[in-house]
Design a protein around this ligand. Structure first.
Ligand code: SF4
Length: 471
């Protein structure tokens, strides 16, 4: 699901990826075409929302709209909102308020858009509201308030891969929408509906276009990546004229053929995940699994209505590591879920000690409007939540620090994310952008963003590494 797996390692706050068009243009080195009506855009929330923003922007550019960098230059401002937890709702409402104050003409879309009344109550002046992945509704609203410009799509400068809000060298690849589960703390299915997988041929041709545009790392995302193709009964699609089954293994195999990094997010530990591990061991996709375990106590997992068989997870992790010793596992957890006893929490700590996960994020449970978990008796006090959070993070910090110490003296491939006068920052296969650690390269001026270089690892702390490029 959305934010559950995107808790950064080092903080409990909801880190929303607020991307403006200014950043987008900087990242992509693109300039908007002149002559269209001018649209400002703010994208909040998780990578899945970011992909929705990219789709809307691509369509707007295709229609000839100009995408601008400031509220004042915009004819209309679109705010793509997040509505997952209270702080995300508040940030979305604040951003809408800011856009109304600075510009006045505001269209709202995204997860919070599914709760129109809530938005109207605070901001009655919003011109149009639509829910998540309602691309057509957003465009209809735009057409209403900023009429389509005269435009020749054959001569405009929409890149082949569409408009991207990420830096040029990595991109999110969304493989499905919605979710068939009903976890009690989550309202995503009520906002985004049941699972709908994108046709495998469509996903693969987007991946190919991204690679051709210079992308070096694909981040596969969805609400439930392991379930890819379940809704289509794993029917057969086509890619480059060849039949490809619509399931995670076949998709991963095909992505592996592109010769760029492929990283899987939001993978639930269903038995068939075992089939993906050999692809990691063979170097076809990155040996990295982002699995939102959320808890380890069977009682709490049952109350959460989590998918997957929790009792077997330690066994599975052991087996995967035997199959692929390089495997890095990232996860997120919720502490202080209603009814969580000290005994449940101790089960979680014991599980964490045993599992030795590489990267871990943690949330203190916070009720979400409309979530079934709100009805569970025995809500946990903020003090207890904080205490459990601190103990959990302390333990994970020790595990993470010990694991990173073992990297010292090794050589790792590093994908460079940014370079400035102080040096360069990159990531290894073990780190996803924005949520995991980084590698700092001191005084490295001969690399540029998007390069993949060999780095001798020299130093580590709890979360990050330091090293020098091997020449
Ligand atoms: S219902 Fe569960 S599996 Fe589905 S998006 Fe929400 S948390 Fe994730």
């Amino acid at each position: 699901m959305t934010v559950e797996t995107y808790t950064p390692n080092k903080t409990t706050t909801l880190e929303t990826a607020k991307k403006t068009i200014a950043e987008q243009n900087e990242n992509r080195g693109e300039t908007a075409t002149a002559g269209g009506n001018k649209i400002g855009f703010v994208s909040l929330g998780c990578p899945k929302n970011l992909v929705d923003s990219e789709r809307i922007l691509t369509q707007l550019r295709t229609e000839g709209y100009e995408i601008v960098n400031s509220y004042h230059d915009s004819d209309v401002v679109i705010v793509n909102t997040c509505g997952f937890i209270d702080s995300a709702v508040q940030e979305s409402l604040d951003t809408i308020g800011e856009a109304l104050k600075e510009n006045g003409k505001v269209i709202v879309t995204g997860c919070l858009g599914a709760r129109e009344d809530e938005i109207r109550e605070v901001h009655p002046g919003v011109m149009g509201i639509s829910g998540p992945h309602a691309y057509e509704n957003v465009l209809e609203h735009v057409h209403q308030f900023a009429p389509k410009p005269e435009h020749n799509p054959f001569t405009s400068l929409v890149p082949d891969h569409g408009v991207k809000l990420t830096p040029k060298h990595y991109a999110y690849l969304k493989i499905s929408e919605g979710c068939n589960h009903r976890c009690t703390f989550c309202i995503i299915p009520s906002m985004r509906g049941d699972l709908v997988s994108r046709p495998v041929g469509e996903v693969l041709s987007e991946a190919e276009r991204l690679k051709n545009a210079g992308v070096k790392e694909l981040l596969v995302i969805s609400q439930d990546t392991s379930a890819y193709g379940v809704d289509t009964k794993h029917s057969t699609g086509f890619a480059n004229g060849m039949p490809v089954r619509q399931n995670l293994k076949a998709l991963s195999e095909e992505l592996g053929k592109l010769g760029i990094w492929t990283r899987l997010h939001y993978v639930y530990p269903y038995p068939h995940v075992d089939d993906i591990i050999p692809l990691m061991a063979e170097g076809k996709i990155l040996p990295y699994l982002d699995i939102p375990f959320q808890h380890a106590s069977p009682r709490v997992l049952k109350a959460m209505k989590r998918p997957g068989k929790a009792e077997r997870t330690l066994e599975q992790i052991k087996k995967w590591r035997e199959m692929c010793p390089e495997l890095v596992i990232r996860s997120t957890f919720i502490v202080g879920f209603p009814g969580e006893t000290e005994e449940d929490f101790q089960i979680l700590l014991d599980w964490l000690k045993e599992a030795q996960l590489d990267r871990v994020g943690c949330f203190k449970y916070s009720p979400v409007d409309g979530a079934a978990a709100n009805e569970i008796e025995d809500q946990i006090s903020e003090d207890v939540k904080q205490n459990r959070f601190d103990r959990f993070m302390q333990l994970q910090q020790e595990i993470s620090a010990a694991k990173l110490q073992k990297r010292i003296g090794t050589t790792m491939k590093v994908l460079i994310d940014e370079v400035d006068e102080e040096g360069a920052i990159g990531r290894t296969y073990a780190d996803a952008p924005e949520i995991d650690g980084v590698v700092y390269l001191n005084e490295e001026f001969n690399v540029k963003a998007g390069d993949i270089v060999d780095v001798a690892i020299e130093h580590a702390d709890e979360y990050d590494l330091w090293g020098s490029v091997i020449r």
